[in-house]
Design a protein around this ligand. Sequence first.
Ligand SMILES: [Zn+2]
Length: 173
Amino acid sequence: MTDGKIKLKATKLPDQITAICCTVCSRVSERPLMAAEGEAEGEGIVICPHCLAEGDIDAKLERHAARLESRSRWLRALIGRLEVPSPAVLKEFAGPEDIEQVAAFWDSLSDLLDESEQLPINQAAHRLVSLLQEYRGAWPLIKSDAEVDPERGKALAAALAKRREFFGLGAGL
Ligand SMILES: [Zn+2]
């Protein structure tokens, strides 16, 4: 690789990969026939069959890079200017099932916090992680509940602190 060239290999994708995002055109291809794969500076490169068939790879790379540059300028220009709705607005969009799910989460969380006094920290932390995982879909509603309701806010903070105590600071959500 001394000439700086990067050799890509044509590969049949494993069945469990149902879509790829092409490095060259940035489009998502569902169930592609195949892909060309390689790596540069530790980052994977995937090229879709459309790009392989159409060619013009360098021009497409240039177009994609220009799009990203203008996108990043646009994103940066938004900093400090967005006035977003309050988290409390989420509730207005929640259906009965969502509300039920969130209520079930708060019940389980309070049970778990009660029990966790008796549990070794590793067990308590693992059960918390499973609980958070189980209700991952409801997380925005849970978080918005915790913002509005001080009791729930405290319970969630206590749970997250316990998790941090065991798993360390990297355990974000
Ligand atoms: Zn492509």
